[in-house]
Structures are given as C-alpha cells and as structure tokens.
Ligand binder design. Structure first.
Ligand code: PEP
Length: 250
C-alpha cells in the first residue's frame, strides 16, 4: 500500500525456552547487517521469553511483542498477563484475537476489542486477528464473518499507528494450505474498504497483514498482492533462517 511501511511479524505460540534465544540472536544479526530495511520486523513470543529476548534485541531493528493480554491492568486474575506487564518486560506490540485464542478460550469480538484498548493503554500496538473457518468459506460467508469480526474487534480509537490488522483464514493456519492470490486480494481489498469507510485516512494507512502458512517459498508472491502490507508468520518464524528468508520477500 503506498506510503505504508510493511511489517513482518512472527508468532512463536507456545514454543521456546532459553535454548531458543540463539534464534533471536541470529534473526537480529541477519536483519542488522542489511542497511536500510524497507519494512519493520517483530517477533511475538511467549511471555516467559519477552524480557530476555528484548534484551538480546535491544540494539537491533527487531521488535518484541506478546501473544495475548488481559483487558485489565492488574488484579485477581491468576495466570493472566496485562498489557502493562508486557510493556514492562520490553514488548512494543501484542497480538489480540488470534484464532487459537478465539477457539481455545472462547474469546468474543467484544473481549478482543477490550484487549486492543488495553494494549493502547499500555503504549503497545495491537495486532488484531480476523479470519474465517473452512466451513464459513465453503458456505460463502467468509466476507460476512470477517466484516463482523472487524466491526466488533476493532475499537473506535484505532489509528494506523496503534493497530495492525492480520487476516488469517483459520483453515490456512499451520496446515500448509494458502488461499489463491485472487482470494487473498479480494479479502484484503474488502478489509481496506471497511477500514477506510469507518476510519478515513487511518483506515487507508493501517497495515493489513496476511497470515496462514507463510513460508520462504511463498512469501514474496503473497507480499506482492495489493493491500498485503506484510505477514504474520507462525511455524516458519521459529527458525531464524526461515524468518529471515521471509523478511527478504518484502
Ligand atoms: C499464525 O498462527 O499466526 C500463523 C499464521 O501460523 P502458520 O504460519 O504456522 O500457519
């Protein structure tokens, strides 16, 4: 999208221990030897790794993010982590509404919107995930589902700096399946239209990432599609060499 700095974001999910910090070190080394990157890079990590990864990446162009947050700042919510805690550990962004959270933890659009607001309250940018299931696509409802997820999950105070939209068809996550280029283009055009109608120039400038089985072999082609402003990468972000190769595709 003209005037928009693309973003390549990784999502490690429930993977990684101290032994994985070497991958972060390798990502930083690989990114930093390039002079002026045409895009931003982010790795969203399990909360246990954020502080150590942020310290590894301190002098690098790589940013570190969280994978989820609680809507509140603090309180009696055993096991939960607030956006303020993520920021305190060195995160600059957080994923909200990933399909695995929507499914495993029954997260609603309203809860996802509250989490996005919590991210902003803590000074983080929110990566709001949307996407249809296989059944929803096969029954012709993909557009309606994504439109209603956007309406319910993106709060009114969204702007192009505090929010990133990630379109992740659920059936493409971790499956090796990817929609056709035409289907990605059509959905990203719809998301752009919806965001622009509701938010004006902020919607025109918001980054819309594609996620779902992005890998080195398909990244360049996907990132060249209109209104695809980078990617959200799961499995292929766990290995520095794969993540770096995907970043090359922007
Ligand atoms: C994700 O979970 O955000 C994702 C896109 O996963 P994968 O790249 O492994 O399909």
């Amino acid at each position: 999208t003209p005037g928009v700095t693309p973003l390549v974001a990784g999502n490690w999910k429930m993977n990684g221990t101290a032994a994985s910090l070497g991958e972060i070190r390798d990502v930083c080394a690989g990114l930093d030897h390039k002079d002026a990157l045409p895009h931003e890079t982010l790795l969203c990590l399990p909360a246990t790794l954020i502080e150590r990864a942020a310290s590894v990446a301190a002098d690098s162009v790589l940013s570190i993010g969280g994978e989820d947050c609680h809507p509140l700042e603090s309180g009696a919510h055993t096991g939960d982590i607030s956006a303020e805690m993520l920021a305190d550990a060195g995160a600059t962004a957080v994923i909200v509404g990933h399909s695995e959270r929507r499914t495993d933890h029954s997260e609603t659009n309203a809860l996802v919107a509250d989490k996005a607001k919590a991210a902003w309250r803590a000074g983080l940018s929110a990566i709001v995930c949307v996407g249809e299931t296989r059944e929803e696509r096969e029954s012709g409802n993909a557009e309606n589902v994504v439109a209603s997820q956007l309406a319910g999950s993106v709060p009114d105070a969204m702007n192009a700096a505090n929010t990133v939209i990630a379109y992740e068809p659920v059936w493409a996550i971790g499956t090796g399946l990817v929609p056709s280029g035409d289907d990605i283009e059509a959905m990203h055009a719809l998301i752009r239209r919806i965001m622009t109608e509701r938010f004006g120039s902020e919607g025109e400038g918001v980054r819309i990432l594609y996620g779902g089985s992005v890998k080195p072999a398909n990244a360049k082609e996907i990132f060249s599609i209109a209104n695809v402003d980078g990617g959200l990468v799961g499995g292929a972000s766990l290995k520095a060499s794969d993540f770096l190769a995907i970043c090359e595709g922007v």
